[in-house]
Design a protein around this ligand. Structure first.
Ligand code: FAD
Length: 400
């Protein structure tokens, strides 16, 4: 009999863990499996605030896909997915045209959400990808270099605005605030000239997080010179900086956008019912009404039954979904029953630069160095899941 074809779209947390689990669990006669992604490397999105601020080499966040996935078992195609034609069981790729599938796993990740604020894509940095964060880092360094060479000192060169006090925004300002003294030193700029703002529309930073930990984080960052503007929506980003809803203007040449994400545009294009590009998947992680399409990671939406609200999209959930999808694909091939996905939230830890972090693990609150230790363990655990002890030792972070 002909082997069925499985296509996995996207080599992020969801796609990589699906592929690696299939490589381990499937027999060579079970299916032809192809992983399709834009780059020939996998990158860890959850590390990107570090290279963005220049506290980590961007190359440390990425690894060749062939170094972690057994490409004898899983074929890899480097290409961009432009379209899913679900009625025809085909995907359309930018370079290599159409590919047919029997089963599809969509794990294309997310794109920035602007909430209709104008000027974001033209004037702010919003790409949380390897190449996107390189641009942020180089831009900041360039402005520091330029500052002393202008006829009139330009304060907007040294004013940094982060839009959004969610996880990404807080982790980024944590790194940047840690790096600023170093940049001032090497570029011969007085530290008092540097301004850092975090602007948040919601009534609190890190909405949904433990208030005591939020206060700890804000105090710490304020000590490093960060000014918070909470409950103050941005109404526009322009070439001069940002305009707030109350009319205040902040002049800045560096606006970093981190107000949250929506699912990949291919989801909407394909005609799946969605909320902000995310598909509310069935318990077995298939798209509603689709027998052969799984959607995971930031393109999917899962309701937390305790709060009746969607879980925020995280790498943690994407990886857990990937494990269930690999099992459910095998179940479909064997004609056995599919599993129901249940997230098992082990905890959430946000780094704040240097050896600082905050988090909740189980029901324990963690601050400072113990949270920082936990964060590194989480990062290392991912590498373990993906590529075993070898990958963890080679690519992991020292917990000390
Ligand atoms: P991704 O990991 O983003 O992978 C998507 C993949 O698809 C990428 O490889 C991309 O190149 C590829 N792709 C995109 N478009 C195409 C296309 N058209 N064709 C082909 N390939 C394409 N989550 C946590 O759990 N803990 C954290 O501490 C945490 N910290 C974060 C910090 C930052 C700075 C950011 C930005 C996010 C953080 N997150 C964290 C969220 C987490 O990164 C995402 O939830 C997670 O990456 C989602 O996984 P995914 O597989 O859906 O997508």
């Amino acid at each position: 009999s002909v082997k069925p074809t499985i296509l996995i779209l996207g080599a992020g947390y969801g796609g990589m863990v699906t592929a690696s689990k299939i490589a381990k669990q499937f027999g060579s006669n079970d299916a032809n499996v192809t992983l399709i992604s834009k780059h020939n490397y996998h990158y860890q999105t959850t590390w990107l605030h570090e290279p963005a601020a220049g506290t980590m080499d961007p190359d440390r966040t990425r690894m060749p896909i062939s170094s972690v996935i057994n490409t004898n078992k899983i074929k890899f195609v480097q290409d961009e997915v432009n379209e899913i034609k679900k009625e025809e069981n085909k995907v359309v790729l930018k370079e290599s045209g159409e590919m047919e599938y029997d089963y599809l796993v969509t794990a294309l990740g997310a794109v920035p959400e602007t909430f209709g604020v104008g000027g974001v894509f033209e004037h702010a940095f919003s790409k949380w990808t390897v190449n996107g964060v390189r641009e942020i880092k180089e831009h900041i360094e360039y402005l520091f270099a330029k500052y002393n060479n202008e006829p009139e000192p330009r304060d907007d060169y040294l004013t940094f605005v982060v839009a959004g006090a969610g996880f990404t925004g807080m982790e980024f300002i944590g790194e940047l605030s840690k790096r600023i003294p170093e940049l001032c030193q090497s570029y011969d700029v007085p530290k008092s000239k540097v301004k850092m703002y975090v602007i948040e529309a919601a009534p609190t930073a890190l909405p949904g997080f433990d208030p005591e930990l939020v206060e700890y984080a804000m105090n710490l960052l304020e000590h490093r010179g960060v000014e918070f503007k909470i409950n103050q929506p941005i109404s526009e980003v322009n070439a001069e900086g940002v305009v707030l809803k109350d009319g205040e203007e902040i002049k800045s040449q560096t606006v970093v956008w981190a107000t949250g994400v929506r699912g990949h545009p291919v989801i909407e294009q394909a005609g799946f019912e969605n909320m902000r590009g995310r598909v509310k998947v069935e318990r077995d992680l298939r798209a509603p009404g689709e027998d052969n399409i799984f959607i995971i990671g930031d393109c999917s939406l899962i309701i937390n039954e305790e709060t009746e609200r969607p879980y925020p999209p995280t790498a943690q959930i994407a990886m857990q979904q990937a494990e269930t999808v690999a099992d459910n694909l095998l179940a479909l091939l064997k004609g056995s029953e599919l599993k129901e996905f249940k997230p098992d939230i082990k905890g959430t830890v946000a780094s704040l630069g240097g050896k600082e972090a905050i988090g909740v693990v189980g029901n324990k609150k963690l601050y400072g160095t113990s949270a920082n230790f936990m964060k590194k363990m989480i990062d290392n655990r991912y590498l373990w899941i993906l590529g075993g002890a070898g990958l963890m030792l080679k690519r992991g972070k020292s917990p000390l």
